[in-house]
Design a protein. Structure first.
Length: 397
């Protein structure tokens, strides 16, 4: 496929997970009363989504290696639509949790196949450029999702949010059928448990992969973890309405979008490594500002979201190059490598959200856990640089 078609389809697939996760966040406080439930149980709908998304990537990735990118995408997108239907018809919070789990399982194929399709066809700077373009497009969907969710909630109620997710899944399935060409070399033997285990052992045995993934896990994982805290901080503590919260989240995704655009304009001059360093500097600064603002200032919209915007801008700078670097050594099992990369990122977000639930107070959790995740990304990059230098020096010796 052409670079443009790969970018557009990749962006569409990549947005499935974030949109399925974030579009209903403005309705979370209302769902507490709608299901006569508790705040903790409704927070759990995000947790089970993370769990389903994370673990299912370990299946969808090898499945796409074994049976083709298109077949894997169509199967799992159908599962995602089924999860949306369960949520629409949910008679109680238990069924809502089940629907969110199924949605997470189905959405797992999106970013996994998007990265694999890029790796199947492109490498190096070209691959980073496509990942950057996917990042630009990716920012638009999640940026609009909470706003759209808030408007749907105000106009039609929370059921309409999940109806829209079903329609989005069907749109992706139709786009794959019409526009996507198979880019992988299907090998059904790769679906055998022993081959799957061997593929993952090969990926996890690459220390540079683990270091690169640690950078992405700390950075992108912090965004996922924030999704479990920000609705309750901005709606319950700051006092925003659900619709205002949805619109207010544009600051996070909007600055990610702005960072992606700025990277596209400056990437040729900065280069991959310098882009990552600039991004990490902003991520670390944003994490420090989050810690300071939450502990020293009363919560307001700007005191919470301005540091988030700053770190989101930085994440956009570091993601394309680190993703390309992580997948560089695995052209033969790109689906499995992409799946493990996504699993570690989502697992990082899941653990961050779980830690926030254990802390109990959303504002305190936000000011502690997110800065620690940002620090983890910086430390991982230091390890990645050292391992890369060692790999370059070793052959000379």
């Amino acid at each position: 496929m052409s670079e443009r078609r790969t970018s557009i389809l990749g962006a569409l697939l990549a947005t499935l997970g974030p949109i399925s996760m974030s579009i209903y966040t403005p309705a979370m406080p209302q769902l507490v009363s709608a299901f006569s439930s508790t705040e903790s149980m409704i927070k759990l709908t995000l947790t089970v989504y993370f769990a389903g998304f994370s673990v299912a990537q370990l299946v969808s990735g090898p499945f796409s290696d074994a049976f083709g990118r298109r077949n894997a995408t169509l199967l799992f997108v159908g599962i995602n639509a089924l999860g949306g239907l369960i949520c629409v018809l949910a008679p109680d919070v238990t069924w809502l949790l089940a629907g969110r789990l199924v949605q997470g399982i189905g959405a797992s194929v999106g970013i996994t196949v998007a990265r694999a399709v890029v790796r199947d066809q492109f490498t190096g700077a070209e691959a980073s450029r496509i990942m950057n373009l996917i990042g630009i497009m990716l920012a638009i969907g999640p940026a609009m999702a909470p706003a759209i969710g808030g408007l749907l909630l105000a106009a039609f109620g929370w059921h309409a949010i999940f109806v829209m997710l079903i329609g989005f899944s069907l749109t992706i399935a139709l786009s794959v059928l019409v526009f996507m060409r198979e880019t992988g070399r299907a090998d059904p033997s790769l679906a055998r448990p022993r081959r799957v285990a061997a593929s993952y052992l090969e990926v996890l045995g690459d220390i540079r992969f683990l270091a690169a993934t640690g950078v992405l896990g700390g950075a992108i994982g912090s965004l996922y973890a924030q999704a479990t805290m920000l609705p309750f901080i901005l709606i319950d503590r700051v006092g925003l309405s659900p619709t205002a919260f949805g619109l207010g989240m544009l600051m996070q995704s909007g600055f990610y979008f702005l960072g992606s655009v700025c990277l596209r304009l400056t990437a040729a001059r900065l280069g991959g490594e310098r882009s990552v360093q600039v991004g990490l500097a902003m991520l670390a600064s944003g994490g420090a500002l989050i810690a300071l603002s939450t502990h020293l200032l009363p919560p307001t919209y700007l005191s919470v979201m301005a540091p988030v915007a700053f770190s989101s801008f930085g994440i956009a700078f570091l993601t394309p190059h680190m993703t390309t670097a992580a997948l560089q050594s695995f052209p033969h099992i790109a689906g499995s490598a992409s799946a493990m990369l996504g699993f570690i990122q989502m697992a990082s977000g899941f653990l961050g959200g779980l830690a926030a639930a254990l802390v109990g107070v959303p504002l305190m959790a936000f000011g502690t856990i997110v800065p620690l995740m940002c620090l983890g990304a910086v430390v991982s990059y230091g390890a990645f640089v050292r391992l890369t230098q060692s790999a370059v020096e070793t052959p000379a010796e």
